[in-house]
Each structure stands twice: as structure tokens, then as C-alpha cells.
Write a protein that binds this ligand. Structure first.
Ligand code: SF4
Length: 136
């Protein structure tokens, strides 16, 4: 008598991809290339599918140290209008919400001009916070 286990019923088509295989969408331009990332048994990464070298760079960044651009609105003490801000460079994905918390705890006052640096060393990373509009 054959014993039927859940694995015996699985279709080969539904088998999960190996851990070493990932597809990452490059955000370098509107082409949105799908970059397939595989890891050789020796640990070396291999990238395919990008239309230019930026895709490999983006995919490598994404698998080793993912970052995200951060823009947000923050309240300003003497203004009813919130201030739009951005970080000077993308922030580590793992710390994204910690950055947001720190940014929203800042006490900012008018006048503010586009390009003003509102904080210089967010989360101790050297990443700055920059105003992206004027507020008088
Ligand atoms: S790999 Fe090059 S062409 Fe493709 S999305 Fe990235 S930047 Fe654009």
C-alpha cells in the first residue's frame, strides 16, 4: 500500500525556487529590467537580464545592503503647512522606520529655504536631512 504524504502530491511545477535564485527589478530607469541573481556553490554572485551595468550594481546592492530613498512631510512649529524633506542619500532598508521616527521628532522652525540642511547625522550614519521647499 502506498502512503500519500503532502510532498508526494506536490506538482514539480510548484516546487519552490532554490534559496540562491532571486529576481530583482532594477529601478535605475523606466525600463525596469528583471535581474536574475544566482549564487555559485563557491558563494560568487552571478547576475543576468540587465540591459546595462547599473542593473548588476543595483541587484548586488539589493542583496547585500538594501537601501531606500526617504522623502516625507514634517510639521513645522510656526507654520500650518508641513515641510517636504528628503535624506541626502538612500537610507538602509532595515533602519527605514527608525529614520522616519527620528525625522518626525525634530523641532523645525521657519524660515526654511530649499536646500537647507535640517539635521546632519541622522541615526549616526552621516546622512543629512534636506528641505525641499521654502517655508517663510
Ligand atoms: S539595468 Fe539599465 S536599462 Fe535596465 S532598468 Fe536598470 S538602468 Fe535601466
Amino acid at each position: 500500500m502506498t502512503k500519500h504524504t503532502p510532498d508526494a502530491k506536490k506538482s514539480p511545477d510548484l516546487a519552490p525556487a532554490p534559496d540562491s535564485l532571486r529576481t530583482i527589478t532594477c529601478t535605475g530607469c523606466p525600463m525596469g529590467c528583471q535581474v536574475t541573481v544566482t549564487q555559485e556553490p563557491g558563494g560568487e554572485w552571478h547576475f543576468s537580464g540587465a540591459q546595462c551595468s547599473r542593473g548588476d550594481v543595483h541587484a548586488r546592492q539589493e542583496i547585500t545592503d538594501p537601501v531606500r530613498p526617504l522623502t516625507t512631510l514634517i510639521p513645522v512649529r510656526s507654520s500650518r503647512t508641513p515641510l517636504s524633506v528628503k535624506t541626502s542619500q538612500p537610507v538602509p532598508k532595515a533602519l527605514f522606520w527608525d529614520f522616519v521616527d527620528q525625522i518626525h521628532r525634530l523641532r523645525i522652525e521657519c524660515p526654511i529655504h530649499t536646500g537647507d540642511i535640517l539635521a546632519e547625522n541622522l541615526m549616526g550614519t552621516g546622512i543629512a536631512l534636506i528641505a525641499t521647499r521654502n517655508l517663510e
